[in-house]
Design a protein around this ligand. Sequence first.
Ligand SMILES: [Zn+2]
Length: 102
Amino acid sequence: MYTTKQLRTDFKKGPYAWPGGYEFVWITTDGSLLCNSCLVAEKRNVLESMRDRQSGHDFHTGWEIDGFAIIQETFDSFEEAESLSLSIDFCVHCNRALNLNN
Ligand SMILES: [Zn+2]
């Protein structure tokens, strides 16, 4: 299980991966993506939900983080990303378009 301790460790490496300078995004236990800005803004909810999960009380709030990914590019709009024919994922919270490098 991905723990708050791992999250803190990985968070210190971010928000950009080296080499490459690509942005970290966070993967929730339900398979959604959360951008780094949203993680910072919702840190209290995330840590509280993950602590509950670690102690065996998984309330599935949607804030439980299960790891991270690295994005190659971000876009101002869905249309911009679509025009480049790239596969797009979105931040589950702010709906920002993310392009995953996986
Ligand atoms: Zn976001």
